[in-house]
Design a protein around this ligand. Sequence first.
Ligand code: SF4
Length: 594
Amino acid sequence: MKILLITPPLTQLNTPYPATSHLLGFLRSKDIQAEQMDLSIELIQRLFTGEKLDEIFQNAASHPKLSKQNKILLQNADFYLKTIEPVMRFLSGKDNSMAQRFSDRNFWPQSKRFPSDDDLEWAFGMIGNYDRATHLCTLFLKDLCDFIKQTIDPHFELIRYAESLCLRLPEFAPLQAELQKPYSLIDKLMLEIFANQIAKTKPEMVGFSIPFPGNLYSALRCAQWLRKEHPEIKISMGGGYVNTELRSLSDSTVFDYVDYIIYDDGELPLLRLLTGGELVRTLYRSSTGEIVRENFDSKENIPFSEIGTPDYDGLLQNNYINLIELTNPMHALWSNGRWNKMMLAHGCYWGKCTFCDGSLDYIHRYESAPIELIVNRMEEIMQQTGQSGFHFVDEAAPPALLRKLATEIIRRKLTVSYWTNVRFEKSFTPELCYLMVQSGCIAISGGLEVASPRILEMINKGITIETARESMKNFTEAGIMTHAYLMYGFPTETAQETLDSLEVVRGLFEEGYIQSAFWHRYAMTIHSPSGLQPESVGTKHIETPKGSFANNEIPFITTHEIDLEYYGKGLNLATYNYMQGAGYEIPVRQWFRK
Ligand code: SF4
């Protein structure tokens, strides 16, 4: 059976999301006919053309309540129409000659979003024209996205679609109601591209990979179209969103749209679906309308060493676009540059943090492969893509493995660059960090979470503030950029502990040991140790009826509840300033204002 794997809109636009290329590499290694498509970037490339923008402007002109900002944008329609395609060519690296012109602040129309010349000079200096132009082009696109969202399609954002609809979806009905509405302009465009691909590829099965809530609606829109136009084609879906949110699915209506839902690593479930044999971790609807859960708890998997090399065929012709929204260089890595994405190992070698989805396969099954095989995969991917930069998308790359990796890269005399996630543990000595830099490591990210000794222990992170600071120092002094994931609102965390945590973060920025950071609100998930045993972190579940569609976050009560919105705003404001090298002298308490 031939399969077409799809990344549905919308997700990152600078490089392919890794799921389909990993599956394609594996399926082809088993001689299965398989193709892939990144519908996300293809949609954006078709949307941001003069022709489509003209259609959008014409539609928006009759909008009954245009904001002042949108009226100004429409008055400048000619500028947007003549500039959009050169901008897209520039962002996709096809016309670098526009850097000088696009980096000039005066080239662009007035917009609240655009920074002053002084801010631009601080961030990019006198010669950083290419990045400066990329930043200004990104802001130009963001203005257009706001316009589209406010006038044409409320679901539209640059790297997610209908996310707010799908973020918390205990019942399927709201999504189904949305799917019954007439096609939007974005739907029509997406389905046109999708239909062409179906006609070209002629698959017998289409597999949607859904990493985030912001990919769900569009996958089901495509599935709905496929059911109507090509009822003979089977439809499956899986991916990160499915694995975390849909494990207790009991409403079978979703099977009006798809035939199979598969869980955890997709290699084995897809192999069985495509070649026959016993299904594994697969749900479908029986002829009597019940949901059948085939070997749902099976731990059977293809060993990590046998999953093959990711295959980029079908993606290389796409015009991925570089985006720089924030001028922080570490932050820009996520949206700028065409990184080859692969894993050094499967799962997390620690796997004990109480807030993390440790009961799920993608965390708790730690498996590595010989380092020679990993570096062979890197060399094969470089051959395919012509790119030497790698983002290792591991949950936490072990120090011992990074040491072997660095040694092997140096032994083979490869010139590469790479970045990955780590735990800030004491094994990252100056000597290991130096070795990593010599082999091409440019950046790392890791969880400091709540920078409070008491809470760090409760979280079971296995690090202390001192060891984290020491490893961050070693990374920075070796020349590796460092990003810290931070968390607020952990059960029993007091207001004072939240301020103390920010004080630790402030100090790390001031000392230059981290260059970027991001605060996440703690969410108690049903797959985490804290969700499975809430009393272990001093909380109680609030009993709520179980949803028949998505279930992940659990409401809870705890002592010392804090105003999460108030503290979240202050933490983000302070950290935004720290990332721009500002505000270190301001006492942390002053970032919090009613
Ligand atoms: S939070 Fe990170 S280090 Fe902790 S268990 Fe999860 S993946 Fe591993």
